[in-house]
Write a protein that binds this ligand. Sequence first.
Ligand code: ZN
Length: 409
Amino acid sequence: MLNLDVPIVPRLHPASTLSVPETGEQYLVVQATRDQECNYFRISKHTYRLLELMNGTRDLTEIASEYNRRYSGTLDAPQVLQILEKSRLKDWGIVDIDGSAQPVNHPKASYLWMRIKIFPADWVNRAAGLITWAFQPLFFWITLLLTNFTLLGIILLEDLNLQGIRSYFIENSVLALYAWYTATVLFHELGHAAATRRFGARPGAIGFGFYLLSPVFYADVSDAWRLDRGKRIIVNFAGMYMQWVICAGMMLIYLIVNDAFWFYGALFTFVVSLYNFNPFLKYDGYWVLSDALNVPNLRERSNLVLKGIVRALWNGRIPAISWKETLLLLYALCSWGMMLLFLGFIVLINPSEIVRFPAKLFAFFTEIISAGHLPAIALLKAFMIDAIQPISFYLILILSIKKRFYHGK
Ligand SMILES: [Zn+2]
């Protein structure tokens, strides 16, 4: 406990700056970390105002009285201290109360496993600068026309064998397909960076990680938090849009040379881009919806609403909910429904595999240990492919159970 008899002069740690977008709809603390990256914290208007008053010479009492004078508040020094400590600004090393504050390196985007940087921020920034022209309105409309309308028009009007697409590519070259997929996805990430840059924020690195067992690329566009919601929505759509730009290019070539390869390529690129719409996993659609509803931490917040309503119903009351809570409730229900459907789907396809998997895994490892060497690559590969579904099943199960207990504490 700090002694309040000695004047305490809290200050904003030099690594942190305050930021507020033009629209003034949210308040941010931006904290530079040791690894040249930034952490972004949303704070309330009141906290922002308090931090603004900390000029390094005012003590707690002076901050409180200045706050009361400017905003006709009723704060006193212990309350100011309590706000600073309760908001964990001290723990994060944003507010320095006793001269010991250090910026913390928060694990960023913790839903990604094994994040590694591939392209550093400088490179990304330069490359993004080369494609900002793609965000010109005219170019946008041409892209939209060529991808969505022309593509759908050809699918509807011409007698193309859509079932044949998969086999067309698999027969021709799976490797080329993967290479193409990787290239479009990297371009997708560059799209997020380019939109960020176009609006005047600084794009970060592009890297690689795992999300729910799938390998994914990511673009660090956390500086877009400085932008207003509308611009952030465009930044989050920009990745998908870049894939449409590629798609439009292929459609154009198809329309000129009339070779099915280009059409299939365009369609493949388009279909791949649509995965990002899924708002129930943390893909781009999730962040768009979160900004559109103006609900940060959409998943957590919607689960809280669901929990509150279930609890109220359990206690025999019918809770009054706002339209926003209704939307959050809907989101939570759909989200859980999708998860259950997914789990149910895995169980239904191959129930015996799920049940027998732990025993199989045990047998697999005891065999390796008793043999004293690793199994042949082909055998290992076959085992891994068989294991993907059971592992996803158990992982999701374990994670949801863990989460429940963690929240229960
Ligand atoms: Zn994206």
